[in-house]
Design a protein around this ligand. Structure first.
Ligand code: SAM
Ligand code: SF4
Length: 476
């Protein structure tokens, strides 16, 4: 879905005015006049995002780059002069979506518009996209986003086939302006790419090698975010806890978490996704020491069977994973644990599935994201034998989800009557109805007679629960 929160540029830049149409800090007074004139010609952009939070956040940065070049964001492709799709290729279905979107914009409807494909499908398919959709002018993979301003300049100059497809870049995608979608909670990528080599996963191919962002630059941005009124930050990375500070300071990930929480104005710090192999005691110690660090860890296991984990090249066994769970369960305050699971990996037997089901029983996850295995190009598992049929994958997924539903029903029932602090993020169309997140990352729909609660922290008593949602009422 495209995101269309409309926030003024002044808010995004701390009120500072900067020249429209040139990268911030690069213009003089005359250049400003020139670029303002250019901006009138540049027109409008529509940006649709598919996939994960990292893609959402990349889109926020892409929008920032475009706004600073003088474009205005619009809500429909029909009213845009530049149409961009930020794509996901983690599973085949996600990758297909962009081609169906591109099909809607054949040569006829294209009429003078510039169309670009960004993100993982761009990286995966490369110039093939020009062949399948000749009306596309820009193909830029996520590993090349740092070059986006110069690629856009080439497109604006009329170049019909512009590509950014390198994966050997050692730069991270930092922008002077990021157009953030949510005015209270800010995403912040601290590590890009991935150096793990899970046999099913296309990410190392599409996002390139791991690059960590400098700790001083991260902390500077957090400070700016706090000054702009953001109170919650979510640190992002495919393997966020593999963070390796490239500066002389060499901050550990847990030290970075504490330093982010120490910034005045910040009330909550989250991080995702943690890789089990790099999850260590000091992260839990930091959560124990600093209540601003949210009591939630997303720790994808993928399978409960050591045999399948080996075949997936996940670099840990079931028992080693359970040791990490024990570290989290040993915390002084309860920490909610969520996970990702793939069913139907090549060669997965009924017994392997049984191990995954028993792992759910042992860990009792607070939530689970579950997927049918999808064979992806450029991945080692593509060549593996013993593919599981789609029908069988669906059957296994249903069994897994039934089990997790029962676990969540029981967990949620224990929350009824308890009081939680929420950051209020949505107002329902119904008067007096709101929703927000707990520190343990649950969404609660609640009632309150108060007005103007958006962005505020409130205390809410849980009054009702279903497997997937919680209801409550504000307490004074
Ligand atoms: N870096 C994270 C990690 O290591 O857990 C995950 C990133 S990936 C965007 C999110 C989830 O997609 C993975 O945890 C996995 O469960 C799922 N996934 C990745 N590749 C997949 C594939 N080929 N088929 C099905 N699910 C897949
Ligand atoms: Fe993909 Fe594995 Fe890297 Fe996660 S850790 S992004 S699943 S290769």
């Amino acid at each position: 879905m495209s995101k269309t929160f409309d926030i003024g540029l002044e808010r995004l830049t701390g009120g500072a005015r900067f020249p429209v149409g040139v990268p911030v800090g690069a213009g003089d007074a005359n250049a400003e006049t020139d670029t303002l004139a250019a901006s009138a010609l540049r027109g409008t952009f529509f940006l649709e995002t598919f996939g994960c939070q990292m893609n959402d956040h990349d889109s926020e940065k892409v929008a920032g780059v475009l706004l600073s070049r003088g474009y205005r964001q619009v809500e429909t492709p029909e009213s845009a002069s530049l149409i961009l799709y930020n794509t996901c290729s983690i599973r085949e279905k996600a990758a297909q979506k962009v081609f169906s979107r591109l099909g809607e914009f054949g040569l006829q409807q294209n009429a003078g518009r510039i169309i670009g494909v960004l993100g993982c499908v761009a990286q995966q398919e490369g110039e093939e996209i020009f062949r399948r959709a000749p009306w596309v002018s820009l193909v830029c993979g996520s590993a090349s986003y740092s070059k986006l301003p110069e690629l856009l300049a080439q497109v604006e100059a009329g170049n019909q086939r512009v590509t950014g497809l390198d994966t050997d870049t050692d730069e991270t995608f930092e922008t002077p302006v990021t157009r953030r979608d949510n005015p209270w909670r800010a995403y912040l990528t601290i590590i890009e790419g991935c150096d793990k080599a899970c046999s099913y996963c296309v990410v190392p191919y599409t996002r390139g090698p791991e690059r960590s962002r400098a700790s001083d630059s991260i902390l500077r941005e957090v400070r700016q975010l706090a000054e702009l009124g953001f109170t919650e930050v979510q640190l992002l990375g495919q393997t966020v806890n593999s963070y390796a500070d490239p500066t002389a300071r060499k901050m550990k990930f847990s030290e970075l978490l504490l330093a982010v929480a120490d910034e005045p104005g910040i009330r909550r710090v989250r991080f995702t996704t943690s890789h089990p192999r790099d999850f260590s005691q000091d992260i839990v110690d930091a959560i124990d020491a600093q209540p601003k660090l949210c009591n939630h860890v997303h720790l994808p296991v993928q399978s409960g069977s050591t045999r399948i984990l080996r075949s997936m090249q996940r670099t840990y066994t079931r028992d080693e994973y359970l040791e990490k769970i024990a570290i989290i369960r040993g915390a002084k305050r309860p920490i909610s644990i969520t996970t990702d699971i793939i069913v139907g990996f090549p060669g997965e037997t009924e017994e392997d599935l049984g191990e995954t089901l028993s792992l759910l029983e042992v860990v009792k996850y607070d939530a689970m994201f579950s997927f049918k295995y999808s064979a992806r190009p450029h991945t080692p598992s593509l060549a593996m034998k013993d593919a599981i049929s789609e029908e069988e994958k669906s059957r296994r997924l249903a069994i897994l989800q039934d089990k997790q539903r029962a676990i969540q029903t029981a967990k949620h029932a224990t929350m009824v009557g308890e009081v939680y602090e929420l950051l209020v993020s949505t107002k329902s169309r119904r008067e007096t109805q709101w929703s927000g997140h707990t520190s343990c990352h649950r969404v609660v729909n609640f009632s309150s007679q108060e007005q103007a609660l958006l962005g505020k922290y409130v205390q809410v008593r849980i009054t009702g629960a279903t497997p997937n949602s919680l209801a409550g009422e504000q307490v004074p």
